[in-house]
Design a binder for this molecule. Structure first.
Ligand SMILES: Cc1cc2nc3c(=O)[nH]c(=O)nc-3n(C[C@H](O)[C@H](O)[C@H](O)COP(=O)(O)OP(=O)(O)OC[C@H]3O[C@@H](n4cnc5c(N)ncnc54)[C@H](O)[C@@H]3O)c2cc1C
Length: 416
């Protein structure tokens, strides 16, 4: 690698966040190189549920989850689990999560999340147009289903909060649900349809298409595993695990759930953890799915992709090293068979991915404490695809020293 300072930007991480930021910076005339230890779409961006969940403005860290968690934790293959061997390690993060659930913190996070969602929604279609990916956008909406009037009633405060932020939705009974999504089990008596919830035809193909677009515009994507960052005069030195170094004017750190390890080499301790998620992707004819359906009481969704029917979700607070427990994928598929009686469960491919999650459910978008030359773009948790276009704009604005389109103080990496 070279030792003189390269004039442009190196983005670490070729997931949807890193590539979107790279494209936004490139579009502003900056020379950009992306480094990834495996290549584009190697991480969470490949196997997620493909939703642009713009209406999901309420942070996961909220009183609602505190009510559900004890019941969920009782089921070892349920929507929320903590492997015993990771329980002590995750305890400080869970404590911060719990503190983020107070009414005032939730109101603050909701306002910040809403601003980032509005920006991301506004940026999305121009971004898809610019990157030639508009045909991958689906505006099918989302149907959240409930098993009783009581379950719907319990969700109403959340819907009222969304209504206050101008989000459209429609509550419906079983007959109305059957009109828009036939084939749901009779146990689902009520539902809420949210039309402003979009999705992408396939998140991996989308991320790969972004990589193609970036290369076609002259961007370089190189294989390299970054081990550390050091400020040097006029730039940053990037060390890689093969013992090489390179120097560059600016760095964007977008390595998903692994980003805190690199931030640590700058002396910064960021409480990033991973909420591991699981799914199974069945062949496209496994079910006649018209829109994404959320089984909120069970912590999973079914999504119609161009490449198949994806059944998955769940949160496993198990860190980055434990092997996957694919019985979780299987457990959700079993439930999906009961909930969608016509579902053909054969021929599925299982997957586990690392959601990069900060305890208050907001991402880290902003400069490193040690140096203005490093900008952080990670920690989007359940919403990295959703917020990718908005984040990309903010990162490009930081790199070009512009005023950001929204106030980013709530996303400060130093807020903990
Ligand atoms: C089951 C599941 C369902 C989800 N559903 C949705 C959804 O419907 N909608 C939504 O918006 N979000 C969803 N998410 C969340 C979303 O997938 C993530 O927030 C998003 O993909 C994060 O993108 P990223 O670019 O930050 O990270 P990643 O996609 O993980 O990319 C990080 C990249 O960094 C690279 N890297 C890591 N360390 C290094 C290093 N040291 N050197 C070089 N490269 C490195 C990795 O190889 C990887 O390519 C879901 C997640 C899961 C697990």
């Amino acid at each position: 690698m070279k030792t003189e300072i390269e004039p442009g930007i190196v983005v670490i991480g070729a997931g949807v966040v890193g590539l979107s930021a790279a494209i936004a910076a490139q579009a502003r005339g900056l020379p950009v190189t992306v480094l990834d230890r495996e290549g584009p779409a190697a991480g969470a961006s490949a196997g997620n549920a493909g939703a642009f969940a713009f209406t999901d403005i309420l942070p996961l860290a909220s009183p609602g989850i505190l009510k559900k968690a004890p019941k969920w934790l009782l089921d070892p293959l349920g929507p929320l689990s903590v492997p015993p061997s990771y329980a002590l390690r995750i305890a400080p993060w869970m404590f911060r999560f719990w503190r983020a659930c107070s009414a005032s913190r939730v109101a603050h996070s909701t306002a910040a999340q809403t601003a980032l969602m509005d920006l991301s929604r506004a940026e999305l279609e121009p971004f898809l147009g610019e990157t030639g990916t508009v045909a991958m956008l689906r505006k099918d909406g989302n149907l959240q289903v409930y098993e009783s009037q009581g379950e719907l009633d319990a969700s109403l405060p959340g819907w009222e909060a969304r209504a206050r932020h101008g989000i459209e939705f429609r509550h419906m009974d079983a007959a109305e649900m059957a009109e828009i999504q036939p084939g749901l089990a009779a146990r689902f008596t009520h539902g809420t349809f949210t039309p402003g919830w979009y999705s992408i035809a396939d998140p991996k193909l989308y991320t790969l298409a972004l990589a193609d677009h970036f290369r076609a515009r002259g961007g370089m994507i190189e294989h390299a595993e970054v081990s550390g960052l050091t400020p040097v005069e006029g730039g940053m030195e990037i060390a890689t695990i093969d013992g090489r170094t390179r120097r560059v004017a600016h760095v964007v750190l977008a390595a998903g759930a692994f980003s805190h390890r690199i931030a640590r080499t700058l002396g910064e301790s960021i409480p990033l953890e991973t909420e591991r998620g699981y799914n199974t992707t069945l062949p496209p004819d496994a079910f006649d799915l018209r829109m994404q359906v959320t089984f909120g009481g069970h912590g999973f969704v079914v999504t119609r992709l161009s490449t198949g029917i994806r059944v998955g979700g769940a949160v496993e607070l198990g860190g980055l090293e434990l092997p996957p427990n694919f019985r979780r994928s299987q457990a959700m598929l079993e439930k999906a068979r009961q909930f969608l009686p016509g579902l053909k469960p054969e021929g599925g491919v299982q997957w586990m991915g690392f959601r990069p999650s900060l305890p208050d459910s907001l991402p880290a978008i902003g400069r490193a404490r040690a140096t203005e030359r490093v900008v952080y773009a990670f920690g989007h948790g359940h919403l990295g695809l959703t917020q990718s276009a908005g984040t990309a704009r903010l990162i490009a604005e930081l790199l070009t020293d512009r005023k950001t389109a929204i106030d980013i103080s709530a996303f400060s990496p130093q807020r903990f």
